[in-house]
Design a protein around this ligand. Structure first.
Ligand code: GLU
Length: 310
């Protein structure tokens, strides 16, 4: 058992986890409903830990860019919450959905108000509201990620965005359905274009761990300015814990015990408030859409280090 103290670096524990993952058979399958994602090799694995001062540790493919997909929902939420505050919660809830991330059924019972900002319907609402406020939701998001990661080369992957748009009937249905309840301001095609571009952002574990450190710093950005109040940072961490890993959030809390958010590109970000932010990537997914090796690695990280919110 490697219990972390304040002065221990994370490198030895990352190397131990990578060795264990390497020996573990069974990696799940890459998402194939977005054809451009299907070709990734499920044996790829990378993991990074970033400390609040910007020190970053990594192992495996931790500098390899991958499709961030729903990891971006955390940052879009933070950017919108910073601007509009609690008014956002009149348009999207904060409860786990218990349904698949792209489900339509609950929306009708609940009058077009999505359960939370991390299912697709909720993310569409948040993107719509950020777009209304800024005129460029995806540009705001990209600028934020570049600044927090210190990587000016982060960009959209137009091939992935186009692939998703071509297979985006379900997201289009969600957008139109919520528009029928008056919960979307922008024309739905404009909103979908913004949403798909956000999802297509390509970044590495190092970039995304660094970009997530504002939550470990309780809302303070890399340049020392405050994006969120301490209370808002807590709120986002809480929603990640309860809603961040699709309909497996209970299992994630049980195994990992950290605020986390997964994406169908195989990435998972997680936060140890006050201590560090993590990003792990391996493209093979389980049946609920979470990276198999990513879940296992985070499970081992909190077990070996004793760093969890519980
Ligand atoms: N772009 C994906 C979709 O909307 C994101 C899904 C995800 O990563 O959860 O289907």
């Amino acid at each position: 058992m490697v219990i972390m103290t304040a002065s221990t670096t994370f490198q030895p524990v990352l190397e131990r986890i990578a060795e264990e993952i390497e020996r573990t058979p069974g990696r799940g399958r890459p998402a194939d409903y977005i054809p451009a994602l299907a070709a990734r090799d499920p044996r790829r694995f990378g993991m990074a830990v970033a400390e609040p001062d910007g020190t970053v540790y990594g192992v495996g493919d931790w500098r390899e860019p991958f499709s961030a997909q729903s990891l971006t929902k955390v940052f879009t939420l933070a950017l919108d919450l910073a601007r509009e505050g609690d008014a956002l919660w009149e348009h999207v809830g904060r409860e786990p959905s218990g349904n698949p991330f792209n489900s339509l059924v609950q929306l009708e019972y609940e009058n077009g108000i999505p359960r939370n900002p991390f299912i697709n319907a909720g993310a569409l609402v948040v993107t719509d509201r950020l777009h209304t406020r800024t005129g460029d939701a995806s540009g705001e998001l990209l600028a934020f990620l570049r600044a927090e990661s210190g990587n000016p080369d982060l960009s959209f992957d137009e091939e992935v965005a186009a692939s998703e748009a071509a297979h985006g009937d379900r997201n289009a249905a969600l957008g139109h359905f919520m528009a029928s309840y008056g919960n979307i301001d922008n024309p739905v095609p404009v909103l979908l274009d913004e949403y798909f571009r956000q999802c297509s952002i390509t970044a590495s574990c190092a970039d995304l761990a660094l970009a997530t450190t504002f939550l470990a710093r309780h809302g303070v950005r890399a340049d020392g300015t405050r994006l969120l109040t301490r209370s808002q940072a807590k709120q986002i961490n809480a929603i990640m814990l309860t809603c961040g890993t699709y309909d497996a959030a209970g299992d994630f809390a049980y195994r990992v015990g950290l605020p986390g958010k997964s994406g169908v590109g195989g990435g998972i970000i997680a936060v140890v408030p006050g201590r560090c932010a993590l990003c792990v990537w391996s493209p093979g997914l389980d049946e609920r859409g979470n990276s198999v090796a990513g879940m296992a690695a985070l499970d081992r990280f909190t077990t070996l280090t004793g760093l969890s919110v519980f």
